[in-house]
Design a protein around this ligand. Structure first.
Ligand SMILES: Nc1ncnc2c1ncn2[C@@H]1O[C@H](COP(=O)(O)OP(=O)(O)OP(=O)(O)O)[C@@H](O)[C@H]1O
Ligand SMILES: O=c1[nH]c(=O)c2[nH+]cn([C@@H]3O[C@H](COP(=O)(O)O)[C@@H](O)[C@H]3O)c2[nH]1
Ligand SMILES: NC(=O)CC[C@H](N)C(=O)O
Ligand SMILES: [Mg+2]
Length: 515
């Protein structure tokens, strides 16, 4: 592909952030796992290659390597962390595992000029970077020089300006390396010579093209939840293939109060896209009865979603494709990438929760995007702020917000508390400042005293986080006054709850949802 960057993935949790920084620099990129890179290279024919980090050690036997062609095709290469280590090992340098390891914030000293630093760093300067490595390069291949050093990495950045090969031990793609995005921008613009003319508008055109190519004259059903991702997916796919698309909203009995009516009427008012409203709540709730394991709940829900989509597909005379608004964070938390040991955190219903055998082929145009990028695309498609700015809501819905066994009664209690909480957030003008907010009903009862009587009822936990992409998050610092107000309302108005607590955990170490 003309004017593209190829990212070879060795299984880092942050590979997508490299892609994202490249996109932010206005350049198209594709990610391929290291073990299929050799076969994809000729077809993609990139103008530059970035080798990602990864959990393996190049010192070990049979650990991943970049295809030799990477270093022979005459294009610039940037190796990051594991990528730098394997580049050195493959080109005649040495990597060792010293006692001193570096995780987190570190400082580099710039000791020589190179094209990567142009306009960013000068010789003699010291700056903050983010490291996460155990192994270290201890000898560099011929033709390279050390251009920056750190305490734990004598070869923090190495450069071969003639061949345009660069390696960094730290991660320029993460926000904790403040000038990292500029280094990546230098790589793609100044070193690879690419113009920064790729935009969300070009993503839209490319996505429409590729949807048309993939779908041909087949029929598509799109799982529409009313959330940001599936709404934007539906509008994009509709632009691509028009009336070959039918949307299906599934009421799984796990939605918030009034949500089904709201979503269906909002969507029908705004768009002229056929929409089926399927009430499958008994199917879901009966299957969940008594289930208390988070992964079992998620997989049960994932399976029933697919059964329902299959049924709806055959009702419209058959469809070949199921479109979903799956995003990258859904994918990385659910599956292990590149065959490496990156672990499953939780099975998102639409990825790790899917049954093994499926009749419908998946059409997921946003599998590589982050939520804020999908929002930008929604704006590009002219969609209403009402849809675009909605907080995310997980497909398994309230089932993963009632830790322990799901029951209709407990879901009803939670719905009431959640409604009050969100109403107060909106009234206080905080909805758009918060990335996501919700109530959780704990399976724990505590003793209280109300109206001089003894109560023994459930605890409700409130959660609100700030984030940009859902990969990391911090708790929202509500005023005590606000928390007190919400707490009083919930306890007074919701039968079944006599205590309210606020969750102050960030992600990591927590996740946003409780299950
Ligand atoms: N109730 C539902 N009916 C139909 N499809 C659904 C439903 N819930 C989830 N899905 C499908 O699963 C996908 C993933 O759900 P997810 O909640 O991550 O995305 P979303 O609902 O589109 O957006 P948001 O994250 O803003 O809620 C959706 O994009 C959609 O295709
Ligand atoms: O569609 C979804 N299906 C799921 O199974 C699922 N699990 C979590 N989420 C949402 O993903 C974001 C990150 O959540 P976690 O920090 O809890 O993993 C948050 O926005 C969560 O609400 C899901 N969305
Ligand atoms: N983040 C990385 O790429 C780590 C590379 C390698 N696993 C190390 O520990 O050095
Ligand atoms: Mg959702």
């Amino acid at each position: 592909m003309k004017n593209s960057i190829l990212i070879i993935d060795f299984g880092s949790q942050v590979t997508q952030l490299i892609a994202r920084r490249v996109r932010e620099a206005g350049v198209y990129s594709e990610i391929v796992p290291f073990n299929s890179a050799a076969e994809k290279l000729p077809g993609i024919n990139p103008s530059g290659i970035i080798l990602s980090g990864g959990p393996a050690s190049v010192i070990g036997d049979e650990t991943p390597r970049a295809p030799e062609a990477v270093f022979e095709m005459g294009v610039p290469v940037l190796g990051i962390c594991y990528g730098q280590q394997t580049m050195c090992a493959q080109l005649g340098g040495r990597v060792e595992a010293p006692d001193h390891r570096e995780f987190g914030r570190a400082e580099v000293d710039v000791v020589a000029d190179c094209a990567l630093f142009d306009g960013v760093w000068e010789v003699g300067q010291r700056d903050q970077v983010w490291m996460s490595h155990g192994d270290t390069v201890t000898a560099i291949p011929e033709g390279f020089t050390a251009v920056a050093t750190s305490k734990g990495a004598p070869f923090a950045v190495i450069a071969n300006d003639e061949k345009k090969f660069y390696g960094a031990q730290f991660h320029p793609e993460v926000v904790h390396t403040p000038r990292g995005a500029e280094l990546i921008s230098n790589f793609v613009h100044k070193i690879c010579g690419l113009p920064g003319d790729w935009t969300m508008a070009s993503f839209k055109e490319q996505a429409i093209e590729s949807i048309r190519r993939e779908v041909g004259d087949g029929k598509v059903i799109c799982g529409l939840s009313g959330g940001v991702d599936s709404s934007v997916a539906a509008v994009l796919i509709h632009e691509a293939i028009g009336d070959q698309l039918t949307c299906v909203y599934v009421d799984n009995g796990l939605m918030r109060a009034g949500e089904s009516e709201q979503v269906v009427s909002l969507f029908r008012d705004q768009y002229n896209i056929p929409l089926i409203h399927r009430d499958a709540s008994d199917l879901f709730l009966d299957a969940l009865e008594g289930q208390d394991d988070p992964e079992v709940k998620r997989k049960t829900i994932g399976r029933i979603f697919i059964d329902v989509f299959d049924e709806e597909a055959s009702k419209i005379g058959g469809a070949e494709f199921l479109a979903q608004g799956t995003l990258y964070p859904d994918v990385i938390e659910s599956v292990s990438f590149a065959g490496g040991p990156s672990v499953t955190i939780k099975s998102h219903h639409n990825v790790g929760g899917l049954p093994e055998r499926m009749n419908l082929k998946l059409l997921e145009p946003f599998r590589e995007l982050f939520k804020d990028e999908v929002r930008a695309l929604g704006r590009e498609l002219g969609m209403a702020a009402e849809l675009i700015d909605r907080h995310p809501f997980p497909g398994p819905g309230l089932a993963i917000r009632v830790p322990g066994a799901v029951s209709r009664d407990r879901l009803d209690i939670l719905r009431k508390a959640d409604t009050i909480y969100l109403e107060e957030i909106r009234n206080a003008g905080l909805y758009n400042e918060i990335w996501q907010a919700f109530a959780v009903l704990l399976p724990v009862r505590t003793v209280g005293v109300m109206g001089d009587g003894r109560t023994y009822e459930y605890v409700c936990a409130l959660r609100a986080v700030t984030s940009t992409d859902g990969m990391t998050a911090d708790y929202y610092p509500f005023s005590h006054d606000f928390l007190g107000r919400v707490s009083t309302r919930i306890i007074n108005e919701v039968q079944g709850i006599n205590r309210v607590v606020y969750d102050t955990t960030s992600k990591p170490p927590g996740t946003i949802e409780w299950e």
